[in-house]
Ligand binder design. Structure first.
Ligand SMILES: C[S@@+](CC[C@H](N)C(=O)[O-])C[C@H]1O[C@@H](n2cnc3c(N)ncnc32)[C@H](O)[C@@H]1O
Length: 280
């Protein structure tokens, strides 16, 4: 069971003046090897800017900085921001030429990413706050024109869900929407012992690489999201039942795909179906 200490002496961030806060999903990495392996999941090819979500006390940040990219770290916790701005050992920054590193105190979910990047591309990395995992993935998909790669750590089940193939029990809304635009690879699992305080669950690291045809899908994101959501809201039912509210023409509802349950339908087949529905 995770322990969020009221006393500042007992967890990894506390020696940096940062108390772990449960509502912010703060579990600080204490294993440098794992931090290095997370930083290594991105290719660092084809872009020169990185956005780290939730740097905390910078355990992962310093490995990312060494990759010779411009790094922006977005952190909601003001204690962590104060530490990163004033006490984060600057040798991590100085080792690389022509590099900028900035910390911005902000909520990733609310921040307008164009304010930071304009139209430029950037990759996302993080040991993500697990309480907002789904929203992080949705916001990434919505900003996909600027995000060629995304890598980092989620609760293991969430990472597995994003990477799941059709036919698997964990295949769902996140799998279809993420994989419509990104190739998704589950990279490795870590146990609670690499964090301080330890979470109750295992964690999984994944890597998303944007597909070459990401901007060339035959349907819009909004219709795909609508169809997939409706289908998985009643995952035990066939599409004929779950898509009833769309009032689709009978001849469409006679097609074989409508006798399937959503977990039996591949990403490509969902895209094809959403395309047909959008054309109506
Ligand atoms: C699991 S901790 C990881 C901390 C650090 N990266 C590490 O690996 O030790 C998640 C971090 O995300 C931050 N955070 C939580 N919600 C956030 C949000 N909406 N926007 C930005 N950062 C957030 C937390 O304050 C915390 O520092």
């Amino acid at each position: 069971m995770a322990k969020y200490n009221k006393h500042k002496s007992a967890h990894k961030g506390s020696d940096k003046g940062v108390t772990a806060k449960k509502h912010l999903g703060q579990h600080f990495l204490k294993d440098e090897d794992v931090a290095q392996r997370i930083a290594d999941v991105l290719s660092y090819d084809g872009y020169d800017q990185i956005l780290e979500i939730g740097p905390g006390t910078g355990v992962l940040t310093k490995h990312v900085i060494r990759k010779n990219m411009k790094v922006t770290a977005l952190e909601l916790d003001s204690e962590s921001v104060i530490y990163l701005k004033h006490s984060f050992p600057l040798e991590h920054v100085k080792i690389v030429n022509n590099q900028t590193f900035q910390v911005i105190e902000a909520d990733f979910l609310k921040k307008d990413l164009k304010e930071i990047y304009g139209e430029q591309s950037f990759a996302i990395i993080g040991n993500f706050p697990y309480n907002i995992s789904t929203q992080i993935v949705f916001k990434t998909i919505e900003n996909r024109e600027q995000i060629p790669e995304f890598g980092g750590m989620f609760q293991k089940e969430v990472a597995q869900r994003i990477c799941a193939s059709h036919g698997s029990k964990t295949y769902g809304i996140l799998s279809v929407l993420a994989q419509a635009y990104y190739e998704a690879d589950y990279v490795f699992t870590v146990g609670p012992e690499v964090f301080d305080p330890p979470p109750r669950v295992d964690s999984g690291v994944l890597f998303l690489k944007r597909r070459d045809n990401y901007d060339n899908l035959t349907c819009s994101y909004s219709i795909l999201r609508q169809v997939v959501k409706l289908a998985f809201q009643q995952r035990r039912k066939t599409l004929r039942n779950s898509l009833k509210t769309l009032n689709l023409p009978d001849e469409m509802r006679e097609k074989d795909i409508f006798s399937l349950r959503p977990e039996q339908i591949s990403v490509d087949a969902f895209v094809e179906l959403a395309t047909e529905i959008e054309k109506l």
